[in-house]
Ligand binder design. Structure first.
Ligand code: TXA
Ligand code: MG
Length: 335
């Protein structure tokens, strides 16, 4: 299959390019497109055969359900059998944006989208290209991240191309995804909404709108290692090819140890310590959570590409604003 890569202006997307991509979606094809979190791989969410192609292109296990992207809150409601008051308030506050809401689905949502569950995950993205594509296509679009299953999420069209070229119809290249981490996933079907995946919208922001939510114990308590009970939330996920370790105390000590063993090491740090070695590749990331998140996947892609043997990450602080970053690093380091 030939994959058409089309450059598109992220702020003023060209209507002709959009129409072409929308036509592919309407006729059951696959299009990768930028969102404000990461690149997504889209298909018509109401077309079972089209969605099946996503699973094949990504080699994604069928038990991992997909997020359905909608153009507005009304289109989200149209897919839900029940739209709780909290969903309404959260949508009004955070949409368009990087919060995904899990609600009870209507029968029109195919089983393949929801891994046969009775709930569906819905999100209205804020990226102008994603929104314009949804408007032009006029359908809800199921879109996981545009990478092969278990690999690092793509924050650029180039990342998506390397994983999926020849397996999908089109890639819209709208420049780097600004947020850099996947959306927050919140289940609002229970009496107390439950955080299924931390993301750029923090628990504190959500709780300011709807009151207390349930956060899995390991997220608040670093001793516990319980796995998130979201279907398909696999522990090993979002991982670079290179083995990665997160070090809480002196990460240089570990780096030095690995260098002594003759290994080439990639080192993600907050501040340049001035330490150097011919086999060491350092990347200094910002000390603020949001800015760190925006660059983290790109940095891990870069270290993977550099062909290092090991990646050592200086662990971020145990503060709530770092929840999503710590979650992804924990998954990236899972054996
Ligand atoms: O930022 C994002 O959310 C990106 C962009 C493309 O929108 N998408 C994304 O999709 O990260 P994906 O497929 O890589 O992750 C979807 C997550 C999975 O962890 C899945 O388990 C969860 O959402 N999920 C989907 N449907 C669900 C449902 N009905 N119940 C519980 N969790 C669900
Ligand atoms: Mg993904």
């Amino acid at each position: 299959m030939h994959t058409d890569v089309a450059i598109i202006d992220p702020l003023y997307p060209d209507a002709e390019v959009l129409n072409k991509a929308a036509e592919i979606l309407r006729s059951g094809g696959l299009v990768a497109f930028p969102t404000e979190t990461v690149y997504g791989l889209g298909a018509n969410a109401l077309d079972e055969n089209a969605v099946q192609k996503i699973f094949e292109a990504k080699c994604r296990p069928a038990h991992n359900p997909l997020i359905v992207h909608v153009h507005d809150a009304a289109s989200a409601k149209a897919l839900a059998i029940d739209w709780p008051e909290v969903a309404q308030r959260l949508a009004e506050t955070f949409w368009p944006g990087s919060l995904t809401l899990v609600v009870r689905k209507k029968p029109c949502v195919p089983d393949i989208v929801t891994a046969s569950g009775d709930t569906v995950a819905l999100r209205m993205p804020s990226h102008p290209v994603a929104l314009a594509l949804l408007a032009s296509a006029g359908i809800p679009v199921a879109a996981p991240s545009a990478n092969r299953s278990t690999r690092l999420s793509p924050t650029t069209a180039e990342h998506a191309r390397r994983d999926l070229e020849g397996r999908i119809d089109m890639i819209l290249d709208g420049g780097p995804a600004s947020g850099g981490l996947e959306s927050t996933v919140l289940d609002v079907t229970a009496r107390v909404p439950r955080l299924l995946r931390p993301g750029l919208v923090t628990p504190a922001q959500i709780e300011a709108v709807i009151g207390p939510i349930e956060i899995p114990p390991h997220e608040r308590d670093k001793q516990t290692r319980e796995i998130l009970r979201s279907p398909g939330m696999m522990e090993k996920h979002y991982a670079p090819r290179t083995p990665l370790e997160c070090i809480h105390e002196d990460s240089w000590k570990r780096v030095d140890e690995l260098l002594q063993q003759g290994l080439r090491v990639g080192w993600l740090i907050f501040e340049d310590s001035g330490k150097g070695h011919p086999h060491l590749k350092k990347i200094v990331l910002p000390a603020a959570a949001e800015a760190y998140a925006a660059r983290m996947y790109a940095a891990l892609h870069e270290l993977d590409d550099a062909g290092v043997d090991r990646i050592v990450v200086a662990a971020p602080p145990q503060k709530e604003e770092w929840l999503a970053v710590r979650d992804r690093l924990r998954r990236a380091s899972a054996k």
